[in-house]
Write a protein that binds this ligand. Structure first.
Ligand code: CP3
Length: 341
């Protein structure tokens, strides 16, 4: 029996609504913190395929979410291309050397750094019951490029945006290289057992409209077209965070099957403006999950009601915060599962 989540991503307006949460495997879970302390470091966890599979399954065991998302990171692609990757506590990720200090030509994709991830996918699929959907993912080229060029997270994606204006051809070459590796990477995940994939474009919101077409819509469309040529049955979820009024164009032009909505999007607006019948995913503010109580209940129901007439996957508008109480996740689950509207 295929999972509820997969059915909804394929266009079925099913009840109850499937639910999973972005960053559901992570630091708000005591069982994750325990394993992380034992293995010492994020990258070590990702490349220990037994540990990574176990972490992917932890939130499913605890909460029974409808989807399991592979435990990995969007920065595995730059790492595979040859940048060194470190995660320092409290400082966020660092990629060295920055792309501004080296050249793209010296960064050669190494599939050795990708194949362990496929092994994790296969281990998760083997440990997951058939009615739960396994989600693979990658970062979208624009978002990945912002980290590759700056060497770290940046306040307003300044370095990448400046380069895209100053040297559009050079920047296009970076985007094209990421597109190529990302297609290989997602095909590898699908071949190993991922049943749907999500493209995270966390910094799509920092681009001016003309730049959005070139650096968000076009590369995502290229990835979707290549995936569809090989795996027409596998749904692709696009999550162009912060793209606001550009969402309907993104939904129409990229070829994604479903769109993820961040918490700044009014669900009633999205229900009206997105292509009829297109599945949506989202979009509770993760801070409401931190707060809990009547507000959480009220807002979750508002989202469920707004999307009653189209396929909807319940999720947050962005990743779950590390200080989120477990009890609030349980509260949300019972609200979502209890909704029959
Ligand atoms: O959603 C999941 O549970 C699956 C795994 C996953 C992680 N990162 C694990 C992770 C996914 C899908 C991501 C995506 C990701 N990574 C994005 C896109 C989504 C978003 O949040 O906007 C981005 C921009 C990154 C880059 C990244 N990775 C940053 C900026 C950081 C440090 C800040 C932070 O939140 O800790 C990471 C580290 C990271 N990725 C952790 C986890 C569980 C924390 C590692 C730890 O210290 O234990």
């Amino acid at each position: 029996m295929p999972g509820l989540l997969l059915n909804v991503l394929k266009g079925e307006n099913a009840r109850p609504r499937p639910i999973w949460l972005m960053r559901q495997a992570g630091r708000y879970l005591p069982e994750y913190r325990e394993l992380r302390a034992e293995k010492g470091g994020f990258l070590a966890l990702v490349y220990d395929t037994d540990a990574a599979a176990e972490i992917t399954l932890q939130p499913i065991r605890r909460f029974g979410f409808d989807g399991a998302i592979l435990f990995s990171d969007i920065l595995i692609v730059p790492y595979a291309m040859g940048q060194d990757l470190t995660f320092l506590a409290g400082e966020g990720p660092k990629l060295t050397p920055r792309l501004a200090e080296t050249t793209l030509a010296s960064l050669e994709a190494v599939s050795q750094r990708l194949s362990p991830i496929y092994e994790t996918v296969a281990k998760v699929r083997a440990g997951l019951s058939e009615d739960r959907t396994l989600l693979g993912f990658a970062g979208s080229p624009w978002t990945v490029a912002t980290y590759m060029v700056a060497g770290e997270g940046s306040r307003d994606q300044h370095e990448a945006r400046a380069m895209a204006y100053a040297d559009p051809q050079g920047f296009q070459a970076i985007i094209d290289a990421i597109v190529t590796v990302t297609i290989e990477y997602l095909c590898g995940q699908i071949a190993a057992g991922a049943e749907a994939v999500q493209l995270f474009d966390s910094w799509a919101g920092s681009l001016a409209p003309s730049e959005f077409e070139r650096w968000v819509v076009a590369p995502n469309a290229a990835i979707v077209a290549a995936l569809k040529a090989r795996y027409p049955e596998v749904p692709v979820i696009g999550f162009p965070k912060g793209s606001g009024e550009k969402l309907p164009a993104y939904a129409r032009e990229t070829g994604v099957d479903a769109v993820g909505l961040d918490e700044t999007i009014d669900p009633l607006w999205a229900a009206r403006e997105l292509p009829a019948g297109m599945p949506v995913q989202g979009n509770l503010d993760p801070l409401l999950l931190l707060a809990g109580g009547a507000q959480l209940e009220h807002q979750a129901l508002r989202i469920l009601d707004a999307f009653a007439d189209r396929p909807h996957v319940f999720n947050l508008g962005h990743g779950i915060g590390q200080h989120t109480p477990i009890a609030h996740v349980e509260q949300l689950l019972s609200t979502v599962r209890g909704w029959t509207g």
